[in-house]
Each structure stands twice: as structure tokens, then as C-alpha cells.
Design a protein around this ligand. Structure first.
Ligand code: FAD
Ligand code: EPU
Length: 283
């Protein structure tokens, strides 16, 4: 009807962990196609970099923002920009974050470089306010467009109750696009900050993974707690608690979601401090 491309596909193809069974994937390129996709139960998939998806897949429609919803307009808005600050045009929720960060650096626009190395899409990164100790997504947001089955609304960060790894936006409210508010800076200075933030990743594993498993409880490194519990190198099936950093579970090749779940249960059992899961488990 609205012409959205719909295909039954293995979700493992869309996740950085490389795990996940089949679902009906809706590639939506417009608000009309999105509205049609949302007529039945759905999930929204971004870069798949924080997901552990069941080997059976999921029964809901899986929406992927594509086409114009994965494009960016970084032209400064003359009415809202000056010698210090730039407010951009719309950046689609489906835009890959790493490429955007490199592009902003070249343009001399500072504010989001602390998120370097996060393999997310803009919408997913905004939805969970992804970040590092050098910066997070909400450092650079001006306006967010959010779509639900009830309609489309625009909000500013002040309208949301956001915090560490949390935008305050309810699940399945889709961040279709955002406008950025960034500070003008010398490209080489932005690059230096990016390189500095990237140093913190030296100790992270290079294998297939959905990033950190747990949020840091009360500012303490969850990785350190899991390490102190002696769990580095624990293996179930083809999933492994990374020897490099204990808050990362990696896929050695052919891991199942059940393997990862078993390691998460082991961690919860052995670490004395309660920790909140950072990953999302589908379904
Ligand atoms: P997905 O994994 O696809 O989805 C995650 C959640 O976001 C789901 O609930 C999904 O429904 C929702 N979502 C996706 N798109 C949208 C949208 N458009 N609107 C609304 N909701 C949406 N995270 C950090 O915070 N800091 C790090 O330093 C970091 N480092 C990482 C390093 C590696 C190697 C990897 C693999 C991951 C890392 N992560 C890090 C985790 C991950 O990148 C973030 O959690 C990121 O925000 C997930 O975004 P995504 O687009 O991949 O979302
Ligand atoms: N540590 C250990 N053993 C480990 C892991 C860490 O002793 O196995 C120690 C380190 O030696 C260091 C301290 O714990 O002294 C902190 O470690 P690190 O610098 O790696 O930071 P982190 O708090 O574990 C956080 C984020 C990462 C982000 C890095 C760098 C969370 C849950 N994790 O890790 O984000 O990339 O800082 O900024 O907030 C993610 O959220 O998915 C993620 C990867």
C-alpha cells in the first residue's frame, strides 16, 4: 500500500553480536510507510549494537529506518546559528553514528565526538543516550522528532527526563530524526578529542559483541566487578566473557542467544552487587 519493502530475514545479519533468528523486516523510507508498519505489533531496530535476539527470532514486525530517514542535512540553520553555535537541519534516525561523527569532525562541529566508536544508528544512540565518560548523545541535541502510532511530535531535551544511558523516551516510541546543536571548533581540535576518547577503547575486545552487558552500578565499573568475581574467560557454548574486559561477552563464532543468556545468569549469580542489564533481550 505505501510501498515499504518487507522481507523475512535473519536478524543475525543486523546485530553486532551476529545472533538472532528470522523476522519480517520493514524497511521504511517515509512517515507514511512508518505509519503503516506501526499498524501491527512492531519493534524498532537500529544498528543492532545493543541487542541479544533469540535464535527463534521475534514475532513482531521489525522496523528499519531507511532511505530519507537515514539521510542527513548538516547545513547550519541561519536563524538558529551564530559564530559559536550551529543548529543543523534534520539527521535521520537511521544514519550510522560513526560516519556522522567523522563528518562532524571534518566540518569543525564539536559536541558529539565523545561518542566515537559506538557502532549505533543515530536513533538507537539517542533512544538510550549512548555515551562514554567523554560525552553522550544528549550533549548535542536540539530537537527530537518522535513517532508513535498516535502521531508525530517534536520535543527538546528539556522536555525529557534523560540521564546515564537513558533518554526517558518510552520503548517503541521511534526517534525518526533529530536536529543537532553543536559548537564551532577547529577540526584538528575535534579530532584530538576523538582520538583521546578512542584511547579508552584500547582495552575492549575486537570480536563480535553487543558492547557492555551491564550498566555501571553507582559509577563503579561493572567490568571491574565481574573481573573481581573471577569470571573473565568463562565460556558457555560459543560465547565468552572477554579476557580483555569482563563486561563484554563475545561470540566466538556460532554462539546462540541461549549461550549469552547463560553467561548473563552466571554473572548475576556471582557478582555480589545488583547490576542493571544494558543490553536488550528480544523477545
Ligand atoms: P539497537 O541495538 O538496534 O537497539 C537498541 C534499542 O534501541 C532497542 O530498544 C531499539 O528498539 C531501540 N532503538 C533503535 N533505534 C531506535 C529509534 N530510531 N528510535 C527509538 N528506539 C530505537 N554504548 C554506549 O553507550 N557507550 C559505548 O561506549 C558503547 N560502546 C560499544 C562498543 C561496541 C563494540 C558495541 C558493539 C556496542 C557499544 N555500545 C556502547 C552499545 C550500543 O552501541 C549502544 O547501546 C547504542 O545506543 C545502540 O544503538 P543501536 O542503534 O545499535 O540500537
Ligand atoms: N576494569 C577491570 N577489569 C575489567 C574491566 C575494567 O579491572 O575487566 C577496570 C579498568 O582497569 C578501569 C575501570 O575498571 O580501571 C574502568 O574500565 P573502563 O575504562 O573500561 O570503563 P568502563 O566503566 O568499564 C565504560 C562504558 C563503556 C565505554 C567506556 C569508555 C559502561 C557500562 N561502560 O566502561 O561503554 O566505552 O567506559 O568510555 O558505562 C557500553 O556502554 O556498551 C560501553 C562499551
Amino acid at each position: 500500500r505505501t510501498g515499504a519493502r518487507v522481507e523475512r530475514l535473519p536478524l543475525s545479519r543486523f546485530t553486532t553480536l551476529g545472533v538472532g533468528g528470522e523476522a519480517e523486516v520493514w524497511f521504511v523510507e517515509s512517515h507514511e510507510q512508518l505509519a503503516e508498519a506501526m499498524e501491527q505489533p512492531y519493534r524498532i531496530l537500529g544498528g543492532g549494537s545493543n541487542l541479544v535476539i533469540a535464535d527463534e527470532g521475534v514475532p513482531e514486525r521489525v522496523i528499519r529506518l531507511s532511505g530519507p530517514l537515514a539521510e542527513r542535512d548538516l547545513t547550519p540553520d541561519p536563524a538558529l546559528s551564530d559564530d559559536t553555535w550551529v543548529v543543523t537541519g534534520w539527521v535521520g534516525g537511521g544514519v550510522p553514528l560513526p560516519g556522522l561523527i567523522r563528518q562532524l569532525q571534518k566540518l569543525g562541529l564539536s559536541g558529539l565526538e565523545g561518542t566515537v566508536g559506538i557502532p549505533a544508528q543515530v536513533g538507537g544512540a539517542v533512544w538510550m543516550n549512548a555515551g562514554t565518560r567523554y560525552g553522550e548523545m544528549f550533549d548535542g541535541l536540539h530537537t527530537l522528532e518522535i513517532v508513535t502510532p498516535e502521531g508525530t511530535r517534536q520535543v527538546t531535551p528539556d522536555d525529557l527526563n534523560w540521564g546515564y544511558r537513558d533518554s526517558g523516551i518510552p520503548r517503541n516510541h521511534i526517534v525518526t530524526r533529530v536536529r543537532l546543536r553543536l559548537r564551532r571548533a577547529a577540526p584538528e581540535d575535534v579530532l584530538a578529542k576523538m582520538d583521546f576518547a578512542d584511547q579508552a577503547r584500547k582495552g575492549q575486545p575486537k570480536m563480535k559483541t553487543p558492547g557492555c552487558a551491564f550498566k555501571n552500578p553507582g559509577g563503579v565499573s561493572a567490568g571491574k566487578l565481574i573481573d573481581e568475581a573471577g569470571l573473565k574467560g568463562s565460556r558457555v557454548g560459543n560465547a565468552l566473557i572477554a579476557p580483555e574486559h569482563a563486561n563484554f561477552i563475545v561470540n566466538l563464532g556460532g554462539a546462540s542467544a541461549a549461550d549469552v543468556h547463560a553467561l548473563l545468569a552466571l554473572i548475576r549469580d556471582r557478582v555480589p552487587v545488583p547490576m542493571e542489564l544494558e543490553y536488550e533481550l528480544w523477545p
